[in-house]
Design a protein around this ligand. Structure first.
Ligand SMILES: CCCCC/C=C\C/C=C\C/C=C\C/C=C\CCCC(=O)SCCNC(=O)CCNC(=O)[C@H](O)C(C)(C)COP(=O)(O)OP(=O)(O)OC[C@H]1O[C@@H](n2cnc3c(N)ncnc32)[C@H](O)[C@@H]1OP(=O)(O)O
Length: 210
């Protein structure tokens, strides 16, 4: 079992907006870090400044990322989620919304930070985005679960730096097993990655929810 705490600080509007702004600036910093042409001395000087900022942010810390409850169609309370978390600088972030038909959809653009083959998205990043979208589709249909299997089929390379679309939908439920499928498409509408997944609600969560 994880040693991380389940209880989370709940963010208000103002704090959430400020922290989302902070994460956005850190994303820009990360992108700048992978493509900077600055010299060794300047890189070392900037590293010292960043270390000072990290120390400043760490003066007060929560034990784990906070949550934010939202009544909107935007999903996921986990602000630190690595795919959708507005407060997570490692998240693109992908903004996922659910339609009345249960289809989860999001648009996103991936830059240099997510490169696998030259000029294309890393396949593991595509799989991560699809895992999240398919998991959301299972959850918004009333049957959340942990990913038990995730199969990805890379039909064509996924381009960096252009708007991508992810879509996912629950396909069927068999007892505790929930199946979902989805795609990532490029700006021309052509599918680049297809995925199917099976999610299982662990017994311990079922018991906790009763
Ligand atoms: C994710 C939240 C979970 C629930 C929390 C509640 C609410 C969440 C609300 C909202 C969530 C919103 C969005 C979700 C978004 C994104 C999704 C990302 C999710 C992840 O990023 S998640 C991390 C990666 N994920 C893991 O870290 C899983 C590690 N794993 C386990 O925690 C267990 O392994 C588990 C729970 C999978 C099963 O454990 P278990 O004890 O319940 O299963 P059990 O043995 O009873 O088997 C019952 C039947 O499933 C078959 N079966 C079992 N496992 C299988 C497998 N892997 N492949 C094929 N078949 C399998 C058996 O063969 C048997 O089949 P049969 O009945 O036919 O014999």
């Amino acid at each position: 079992m994880s040693t991380m705490p389940m209880e989370r600080h709940q963010l208000g509007d103002e704090e959430s907006a400020a922290l989302a702004g902070l994460a956005a600036r850190i994303r820009e910093l990360a992108e700048a870090a992978v493509v900077t042409g600055t010299g060794a001395a300047e890189a070392a000087a900037v590293a010292d400044e960043v270390a000072a900022l990290t120390a400043r942010l760490s003066e007060r810390r929560h034990d784990a990322p906070p949550y934010r409850m939202s009544g909107e169609a935007v999903l996921d309370r986990a602000t630190g989620n690595p795919v959708t978390g507005a407060l997570n600088p490692l998240a693109p972030p992908v903004v996922l919304t659910a339609g009345p038909d249960g289809v989860v959809r999001g648009e996103f653009t991936l830059g240099h930070l997510y490169e696998g083959p030259p000029t294309y998205v890393h396949g593991g990043v595509s799989a991560m985005v699809l895992d999240q979208a398919l998991g959301m589709a299972a959850a918004v249909s009333g049957t959340p679960g942990m990913t038990a299997t995730l199969e990805t089929r890379y039909r064509r390379p996924t381009p960096l730096g252009v708007p991508l679309t992810v879509e996912a939908k629950r396909s069927r439920v068999e007892g505790r097993k929930v199946y979902a499928s989805g795609t990532i498409s490029g700006p021309d509408g052509r599918v680049t990655v297809e995925a199917t997944a099976m999610f299982i609600m662990p017994d311990r969560f079922v018991a906790a929810g009763e």
